[in-house]
Design a protein around this ligand. Structure first.
Ligand code: RTP
Ligand code: MG
Length: 140
């Protein structure tokens, strides 16, 4: 399995509860290396562009309001099969369905306020990384 990269966001519900360190520990314990990280406060327009694929979904307005409601931590994670590994440590979208030991099982409040985002494919990871980071900000 090759070493690859994925894009991650620690969402407002988690930054507000001061959970960045605890979530980072879970990522690192899973074998992922944080090769870029910054705290930003997304504008509504930035959140709308980021979640453009969900524009037709009923939760789009709520989701983009939430993601621009408070600071987030955007990250690039590197590791063996990083996209799948991160999805595994994140757990299911709905925390009620998330497996024991996952970030969402431990920290998420609801299907909307679910503490983390992770890219769902290597293709999307590359697009999402480029949306928030320049090449020189990523130090592998
Ligand atoms: P993410 O993109 O954030 O990593 O999460 P995901 O792949 O597990 O979930 P996805 O289907 O891509 O949905 C994106 C985010 O939208 C919110 N959502 N709310 N109210 C709802 O029914 C609902 N469904 C999804 C969640 O915050 C989800 O992470
Ligand atoms: Mg998704």
């Amino acid at each position: 399995m090759a070493v690859t990269r994925t894009f991650s966001i620690i969402k407002p519900d988690a930054t507000k509860r001061n959970l960045t360190g605890k979530i980072n520990a879970k990522l690192e314990d899973a074998g992922l290396r944080i090769v870029a990280q910054k705290r930003i406060h997304m504008t509504k327009a930035q959140a709308e562009k980021f979640y453009e694929v969900h524009a037709a979904r009923p939760f789009y307005g709520e989701l983009t309001d939430f993601m621009s409601s408070a600071p987030v931590v955007v990250q690039v994670l590197e590791g063996e099969d990083a996209v799948a590994k991160n999805r595994e440590v994140m757990g299911a979208t709905n925390p009620a369905e998330a497996a024991e030991g996952t970030i969402r099982k431990e920290f998420a409040l609801s299907i909307g306020e679910n503490s983390v985002h992770g890219s769902d494919s290597e293709e999307n990871a590359a697009i999402e990384i480029a949306y928030f980071f320049s090449g020189t900000e990523i130090v592998g």
